[in-house]
Design a binder for this molecule. Sequence first.
Ligand code: NOJ
Ligand code: CA
Length: 668
Amino acid sequence: MRKWTVLVLAAAFAAPATALAQFRQPVLSPDGRLAVELSLDKGEAAYRATFNGRPILDRSRLGFRFSNAAPLDSGFRVAASQSLDHDESWSQPWGERRQMRDKYHGLILTLAAPDGRQLGVELRVFDDGFGFRYTLPGKPDDQLIVRDEETEFHFAQNYRTWSIPAYREKYSEYEYSRSSLSALQTAQTPLTLEGDGVALAVHEAALVDYSSMNLRMPEENSRMLKADLSPWPNGDRARVHGGQKTPWRVVIVANDAARLADSTIVLNLNEPNRLGDVSWVHPGKYIGIFWAMHTGLLTWEPGERLGATTERTRHYIDWAAAHGIKGVLVEGWNKGWEVPQWWVNGHSRFIFDEAQPAFDMRAISAYARSKGIDLIGHHETGAQVQDYLRQLGPALAYYDRYDVRSIKLGYVGTKLDSIYWPDSQYAVENLQKVVEAAARHHISVFPHEPVKDTGLRRTWPNLLSREGARGQEYNGGSPDTGNAPDHTTILPFTRLLSGPLDYTPGVFHFDYRATRPNNRVPSTLANQLALYVILYSPVQMAVDLPERYDEYPDAFRFIQDVPTDWETSRTLQGRIGEYVMTARQDRSSADWYLGAITNEAARTLSVPLDFLAAGKRYEAQIYADGPGADWRTAPDSVAISRRIVTATDMLELRLAPGGGQAIRFKAL
Ligand code: NOJ
Ligand code: CA
């Protein structure tokens, strides 16, 4: 890690006697385009922001109400202030880019309430957005119950928004709605907004020991959203202690959606790696006994069509080894899947250290090792957190014994332990326990139905990826016909702003109506390939069945080649809900990869190849939509070609309806 400068300018005043009743200080981003002003006016603390000289957030208030203490939202004076100027670089052990630049100007305000309690507000303004967090008053032994976090986001315009609602049955597994800001009622974060020459997103960073921040519009048809902390069952919004720092409230700011997608602010606002040497954490690709269950061919539960048998797993291991895919996931290997309606709250009885009779863990573990394959474990908890935590020690020891180094977690169910929202403080704290316990065994995890990502992978690099979106699984098995063709053109600008996504791309067979009357996958084969570049995840599944891939060995080549760990990444073009084009450079070679996808509209995109190294020749291996390709009628029409290119060339990408294109630029 190279540090350029870390400069702290401590300013002026500290004694309450001289505390200021009025205060106003703008903080400029290092490039000077974003200005965030913290102010105190008539005892109320607030912030506002402009970008390129235009207001993006009008006066938005800060403060708290508590159930067991007086509010901290008025009567303030500024007791101290301190300016910050920070510039540091750090590197990610794995990720979408190696080098990170943490450069900001900042301000720490100490606000004194009339009764002497102090509330800290720390603001950091980067080129790609700003974040602020509170330091709560009191000593570590003081218990505080937050009744309401009063943080406001009072937008300057009635922007277009892309959102999913909060507090619904399927939690984060919804398609995004486009609406005007004023039409929102609740939204989860990241919430994406655009218009008036700017793209914005509200999110949070470093969510630990606190409840997730959702957003609510208190006054219908307005431009003001307020923090709405996911409550405990009794209505407490967060249970905290004196001196605690809240998660960062983040507004990502960019000229356009493509720049928004490349922001690094959420990671920069997280704490550095706490695990030290994480050479035991491995990004990579995996196949699994999984899609056959989602599409109704096999079952998780024991019976004639049970998926997780020793024999089938051996076959998957052989196939993975022969095709250079490192991981094999097995769902349904353990006991408990036979319990009727395990997905209904309170029903599940999963056991995490006993295999069902058709699965011989000892033999499979030895076989995988002999073939150089990593087994990927699966812990479906059925949202029964206490039951899972009770079993966690033996469950991790069991996987450790059988050399299972990463686990897909699952929390299917509307509420955890039947009563806690899946984004509540309860969920946050309990996922954290699992991550830390797994790290002690040198095991990595990637949760489905998770708490939303807030960049904690920086601090805990064994927290690889998450679902927390309407994933590919909906295309295979959802009675509601699956995701619309534009879904994956929205995700990079919404869900992906929070972190990696285990979407499970790679479908090569599109029509499931024989077993799933409502389902077909709404994309072309080339589109599925492009998703490996577009939807970043350090663990990427090749979701389809080995026998499907055997039918298309030439197209499967792209999945074999594409890495999951990147030197750098750039979103080259994009319009939310229409198309997106992303380029990434492999971390372990000089190769580049490009993915482009479109919604249901065919389109042609031109791209200058100026991201490639100047003066170098590359073989472009192009996987394009083939003749007549169309997600409805000819999804598997793919045309594979090669040509020599350099950074001065330009390519034209023709994308079919629901189509895409994937390119490997192999350095020559
Ligand atoms: C939902 C998960 O998202 C999916 O990947 C998994 O196969 C099922 N639950 C069963 O655990
Ligand atoms: Ca899911």
